[in-house]
Design a binder for this molecule. Structure first.
Ligand code: DGL
Length: 269
């Protein structure tokens, strides 16, 4: 048993898909969330910058004596391998668990990946899928505008502009007959209802935040690191820019008002 919190970070609101999955699947766990809203987006930046941002985010979370650190960010998980390797705590990223879920889900071996430019260009998803299933065909598409849609709360299902943008991005994947698509940027599961309506019911979407949480759950169980069953998990949120936007959009994404638990904090740089 271990009462310490789980540390989760992302460039902004994306990682809240992992927070949502913790609420549901690890209800006894406390969360410290860091959203680097001052520096979002990460996905269009250089490897060096992403490594530096990830180091700062990890340093910030390490102040809280976390028992596990999760990069609920596809870009960090794909690119910041040096920063991740230095983490002393057990670490979970989103690439490995979502590739595993995709390989298990696909029937025709044709897997699509929607992620940021940095993630797609790194080839991390493709490498991991091929490692798990050498004959799989992988098709990646960079979808930077989707991050902006989520950061601006354009996630409602009848938003025809969001729908049109998604349709353009997803077309090459549907043309390749992919039957499984990894939402490899954690912002994208927040758009899942629209993505599913465009892709059709025959396509399985993999929520990278959810898969990372399932991996974390397994790690906690295997290492006897779970919190007490009688404990009701709490969540504290830190953001590196003004709190109001984050709180307002988080309310839609999480379905609960978190404004009293959101604090402004500079990163550890
Ligand atoms: N949510 C992040 C990801 O999973 C980052 C998006 C961004 O900041 O560009 O890649």
């Amino acid at each position: 048993m271990d009462t310490r919190p789980i540390g989760i970070f992302d460039s902004g609101l994306g990682g809240l898909c992992a927070v949502k999955a913790v609420f549901k699947n690890l209800p006894n766990e406390d969360i410290i969330y860091f959203g680097d809203t001052q520096r979002v987006p990460y996905g269009s930046r250089s490897e060096k910058t992403i490594e530096a941002f990830a180091s700062d985010d990890i340093k910030f979370l390490e102040q809280f004596d976390c028992k596990l650190i999760m990069a609920a960010c596809g870009t960090v998980s794909s690119v910041a391998v040096n920063a991740a390797a230095k983490i002393k705590e057990p670490f979970v990223g989103v690439v490995k668990p979502s590739c595993l879920a995709a390989v298990r889900a696909t029937k025709n071996g044709r897997i699509g990946v929607m992620a940021t430019s940095a993630s797609i260009n790194s080839g991390a998803y493709e490498r991991e899928i091929r490692r798990l299933s050498p004959r799989a065909e992988v098709f990646g598409v960079s979808c930077p505008v989707l991050v902006t849609l989520v950061e601006n709360n354009w996630i409602d299902e009848d938003n025809f502009i969001s729908k049109e943008i998604i349709a353009r991005y997803i077309k090459p994947l549907l043309d390749e007959d992919t039957d499984t698509i990894i939402l490899g940027c954690t912002h994208f599961p927040h758009l899942a209802p629209i993505i599913q309506s465009v892709a059709g019911a025959g396509v399985t979407l993999i929520d990278s935040g959810f898969e990372a949480v399932m991996q974390a759950k397994k790690m906690l169980e295997e290492n006897n690191l779970e919190n007490e069953k009688s404990h009701i998990g709490t969540a504290r949120y830190f953001v590196s820019d003004k709190t109001q936007n984050f709180s307002m959009i988080a309310k839609t994404l999480l379905g609960t008002d978190i404004s009293d638990s959101v604090t402004f904090s500079e990163t550890a740089r």
